[in-house]
Design a protein around this ligand. Structure first.
Ligand code: NAG
Ligand code: NAG
Ligand code: NAG
Ligand code: NAG
Ligand code: NAG
Length: 179
């Protein structure tokens, strides 16, 4: 009798645990789709570099195509290609050359909105940048503020480069679903 009731009790507490740990609720959320085009004003070297070397693997050179090289990034993001156009956000995060042959780079960037209706909202971009591709497609894995529960896709294209001032203009188009 006693062992049986213990077994019943164990089953019961297991059920209670299940209820506690697997509690869920159905919501009738409607996703909103937002498309946007933004321009990253990137200085990859020089006195006002927005991409700065952080670390590397000892013995490897510092370079975008050298495995392990890591950069801290804080690019101005504008609404149109012109550097002087409305500053809408900053692109802040980390680049790491992540393939042994140096071809691919792991990108971990937050788009931190600084004006307009999206001020204070963020989007998280994370994925593999195939550096030689003309159009890089990288996932949008999350967001905050106006972009809560965001997921989607972003493309990156280098529109022009001015080597003398270490400048690249990068166009980012994204499509995200969010609440
Ligand atoms: C966003 O862009 C996608 C892909 O280009 C398109 O299919 C969709 O209709 C656009 N959505 C809006 C809300 O403009
Ligand atoms: C760097 O920024 C400073 C201050 O904004 C500016 O005076 C200088 O011209 C810039 N240098 C380059 C090479 O862009
Ligand atoms: C952008 O602004 C700077 C200083 O504010 C100015 O020197 C430069 O000519 C402007 N560039 C363009 C393309 O308007
Ligand atoms: C964006 O939000 C910050 C913090 O709330 C505020 O200080 C700033 O003035 C806002 N900027 C614009 C352009 O609305
Ligand atoms: C990004 O959007 C612009 C228009 O805003 C369009 O001209 C360009 O083709 C798009 N790029 C990609 C890779 O879809």
């Amino acid at each position: 009798m006693a062992p049986k009731s213990i077994a019943t009790l164990t089953k019961l507490s297991f059920l209670i645990l299940l209820v506690i740990f697997a509690s869920s609720q159905a919501y009738d959320y409607h996703f909103i789709e937002t498309n946007m085009t933004l321009y990253f004003q990137e200085y990859y070297a020089g006195p006002n570099a927005t991409v700065n070397k952080l670390t590397r693997i000892p013995g490897n050179i510092w370079a975008f195509d050298s495995f392990g090289t890591t950069y801290a990034v804080d690019d101005q993001i504008t609404q149109s290609p012109d550097k002087n156009s409305s500053k809408i956000a900053r692109g802040q995060g980390i680049y790491i050359t992540s393939s042994l042959d140096g071809a691919n780079m792991q990108v971990l960037i937050s788009i931190v909105f600084t004006s307009n209706e999206y001020n204070g909202s963020t989007l998280e971009i994370q994925g593999c940048n195939i550096q030689r591709a003309d159009v890089k497609e990288i996932s949008v894995v999350g967001g905050t503020g106006k972009f809560k529960f965001a997921k989607g896709i972003a493309t990156f294209e280098t529109i022009c480069t001015h080597k003398s001032i270490f400048y690249s203009l990068i166009r980012c188009n994204f499509t995200v679903l969010h609440y």
